[in-house]
Design a protein around this ligand. Structure first.
Ligand SMILES: *[C@@H]1O[C@H](CO)[C@@H](O)[C@H](O)[C@H]1NC(C)=O
Ligand SMILES: *[C@@H]1O[C@H](CO)[C@@H](O)[C@H](O)[C@H]1NC(C)=O
Length: 290
């Protein structure tokens, strides 16, 4: 029976790397602590599973990182190892993300899909990713963001897509934990009122190089927002309550970076009191001066 255990152990190691190996050791240690030898338990061990997912063809897998960039892939490879924590699919030709593409990846923390040709993401495609913290979708052809995002997401970047509007539903679907939202270089002309209220922990909002005509609503009431990039837009007016709450008693983190240059609004048209809640002058880049 001992031999079976060792065989199982070795088999686990060669399939899945050191992570699972530790799990099995823990299991054996527990057995020892309880005074029950592995012999008694051995008959209850699960049958040897059929050979599980291996590293997808031409990808490289190491320490739970699966690296499949620059392979000309037109879809997400099948049977990705379920213990993957980082999946890199950048610089491929993937056009669509389908439900089920990531169905086994319960341990995934970061997903890199930058520089593909993705124009469609099925609504439930990311929902199995219950530990996903970082999602990079920049340089694709997305016209909108999916409404259902993992609740663990802290950083979402979708720069250089074709997003035209940021709807409130997208913020509703994002989780409360999100800290960084990057949407630079799209064609965004508006951000729905009330969107920011759904992401109370947002610290960075990148909306530069879009087509916004006004400062997104809700920044003044937002407690933690510190970085707001709005340069290279079509903002012609900035109101005195766009960034700071009317009263001085409101608790609000100070801004560390706000950019408004390259907009039709001229810096001398912006009332100095607009930035009354900013304590570091250099945090504000109004420029059109160089
Ligand atoms: C958005 O909010 C601002 C300020 O509260 C308000 O003036 C504006 O009319 C609202 N816009 C829409 C479309 O609800
Ligand atoms: C900028 O906004 C104005 C309306 O405020 C609009 O007429 C104009 O077409 C916009 N310019 C661009 C480049 O989107």
């Amino acid at each position: 029976m001992k031999a079976t255990i060792i065989f199982l152990l070795l088999a686990q190691v060669s399939w899945a790397g050191p992570f699972q190996q530790r799990g099995l050791f823990d299991f054996m240690l527990e057995d020892e602590a309880s005074g029950i030898g592995p012999e008694e338990h051995a008959p209850e061990l699960p049958e040897l599973e059929p050979l599980g997912p291996v590293c997808p063809f031409r990808c490289q897998c190491h320490l739970r990182v699966v690296q499949c960039s620059d392979l000309g892939l037109d879809k997400v490879p099948k049977d990705l190892p379920p213990d993957t924590t980082l999946l890199d699919l950048q610089n491929n030709k993937i056009t669509e993300i389908k439900d089920g593409d990531f169905k086994n990846l319960k341990n995934l923390h970061a997903l890199i899909l930058v520089n593909n040709k993705i124009s469609k993401i099925s609504p439930g495609a990311f929902t199995p990713l219950i530990k996903l913290e970082r999602l990079y979708l920049s340089k694709n052809h997305l016209k909108e963001l999916p409404e259902k995002m993992p609740k663990t997401l802290q950083e979402l970047r979708a720069h250089e897509n074709e997003i035209t509007k940021v709807r409130k539903a997208v913020f509703n679907g994002l989780n409360q934990m999100i800290v960084i939202l990057g949407l630079s270089f799209n064609s965004i002309s508006s951000v729905d009122n009330g969107s920011l209220a759904n992401t109370p922990h947002l610290r960075e909002l990148h909306l530069d190089n879009n087509k916004l005509t006004k400062v997104p609503g809700g920044l003044a009431e937002h407690k933690y927002i510190q970085v707001v990039y709005l340069h290279n837009n079509n903002i012609s007016v900035v109101g005195t309550n766009d960034f700071c709450p009317p009263g001085y008693n409101t608790k609000k983190a100070s801004y560390s970076g706000v950019s408004l240059f390259s907009n039709p609004v001229q810096y001398w048209e912006i009332q100095p009191s607009t930035f009354r809640c900013v304590y570091v002058r250099s945090a504000i880049q109004l420029g059109n001066y160089k």
